[in-house]
Design a protein around this ligand. Sequence first.
Ligand code: UDP
Ligand code: MG
Length: 329
Amino acid sequence: MTRASAPEQSGHHTGKPMLSLVVPVLNEADAIREFVRSVDAAIEAAWNGASDTPDLEIIFVDDGSSDPTATVVRALRKNDARIKLISLSRNFGKEAALSAGLHAASGDAAIPMDVDLQDPPDMLRPMVEAWKNGAKVVNARRADRSADSWFKRTSSRVFYRMMNLISDQPIADDVGDFRLLDRDALEVLNDMTEHTRFNKGLFSWIGFETATVEYVRPDRNVGQTKWKPLKLLSLAFDGITSSTTLPLRVWTLIGALIAIGAIGYAGWLIFYTLVHGADVPGYASLMVAILLLGGLNLISLGLIGEYLGRVAVQVRGRPLYIIASTEGL
Ligand code: UDP
Ligand code: MG
């Protein structure tokens, strides 16, 4: 993982800033051309050839596609030096692919974008404006997510509610990976060595002056979502375990409460038996207590396992992603 060195800082980006669009792609051969076309059209429409029109670098990170995604990118590269390609050695998942692209970004600001135009290029202008006004991070918030499925919206709402209840550093609701990261913020992010990569959490955690612009999330233009419910669930677990240790502590509290109750009850039982003699019935209450405690034990053990597994991954220290080849970088 080599880090691109920071370009000459232009102070407060009054001139022509350079934007690195970082686009993870998995089996998106049908979407790539349209993405580049739309970005160019949006920039043309928004700046209309003005002298402060940003320069672009579009880094596609091929996350182990099995379709001609890389071929399409290569074909575009022939006539367009702004387009760059990082090919990962296999599918590492969107979070890792995004990290690979952010490490390689050389612009004054980097913007992670989905290739399916669900992160509308029309937002580039307002994001750049907010950046020029001093924000180091510009979040693009989905004001309307009716294009996402009911399942996706509900699960994500539940997740963010829960997450923000327990996490030390709140994560902006309804902000995906689509945001502008100034070089300063990007450097900090790129230096983070943590393995369980939950970018939305990291983006919030680093702080910096943050602005928010709003947009309506459109439907995917071609193809289908690459997320499967199980993968989303695993992302949710990554998010929780990588941002907070509160769930671990909850069990100490619950354990202490149960232990206090148990000691009290045991004292009462001993007293009762001494006074009234042994009393045989009680199968139901025994059974309930055993099942309840057994269940709680397993949950807390599983939770420790979730954290421990991630500690193990971190300790192994394998790279976050493996680059098979790069073109144009
Ligand atoms: N993606 C990726 N690796 C993966 C899954 C997705 O690089 O393992 C890319 C995908 O090609 C797209 C972006 O991540 O550019 C967002 O994926 P998608 O549109 O399927 O997710 P959704 O919008 O449904 O959350
Ligand atoms: Mg999408």
